[in-house]
Design a protein around this ligand. Sequence first.
Ligand code: 1PX
Length: 215
Amino acid sequence: AVALEDLKFTLQEVLDTFKSCLSEHKEVFLEHYVAGWRGLVRFMNCLGSVFSFISKDAVNKIQILVNHLNGENGDHYITVQSMVKYELDSQLVDLTKRGSFPESGCRTLLRLHRALRWLELFLERLRTSTEDSNTSVMCSEAYNESLSQHHAWIIRKAAGTAFWALPGRATFFDVMNVGSPEQVMAVLGDALPLISEVYQVTEDLYAQNNILELP
Ligand code: 1PX
């Protein structure tokens, strides 16, 4: 019961965090963005240990961003907008090949940003799924349309294998613990426009600064 309460809290927290990500001027608060990812990772960890290589990488990237936030230049990392401006102005980003700044906020956040597109596509499939839909198929379709394009063959292979270990739709919904399938659909319907907006704002910012392909 305790574990389920935790999960319920987690999922609600995740959705709430994405709500609080955007300022009224459409800036993305890094602290909330990172908190959103923390919640997602916690949820993923409940799905089984086959996903631990994925969550390890996510946790690692989350930690890099948290270190920036808590570092001596943390003031520049309040929003994704201020982070991009600060790091580019101060030449703290490797632009064409990996070099002195393997942990720049810009390149690190870009990896999570690309994964957010996967999440958007996957949740949209879940939202419009029916009882006989297959979560593994929905997950790999979403992955193939987005994140996979940025991954080496060996990662795609490992991810593809992990997807087959996803629980079926009914179990997946149970683990979300938000209630009936109808309630799950409603929660997803609520969260998706916000996730999409956070994604789009970030995508536009990265496009304007020509940093969508950071090594
Ligand atoms: C209500 C449903 C919620 C489901 C929550 C699931 C949260 C998933 C979190 C996934 C975060 C993945 C971050 C991946 C970042 C990345 O692309 N890293 C690669 C590149 O980094 P680098 O520093 O080398 O440039 C890195 O090579 C990645 C390695 C790990 C494999 C990544 C596979 C990603 C699959 C994403 C789908 C997750 C499926 C979870 C099933 C629910």
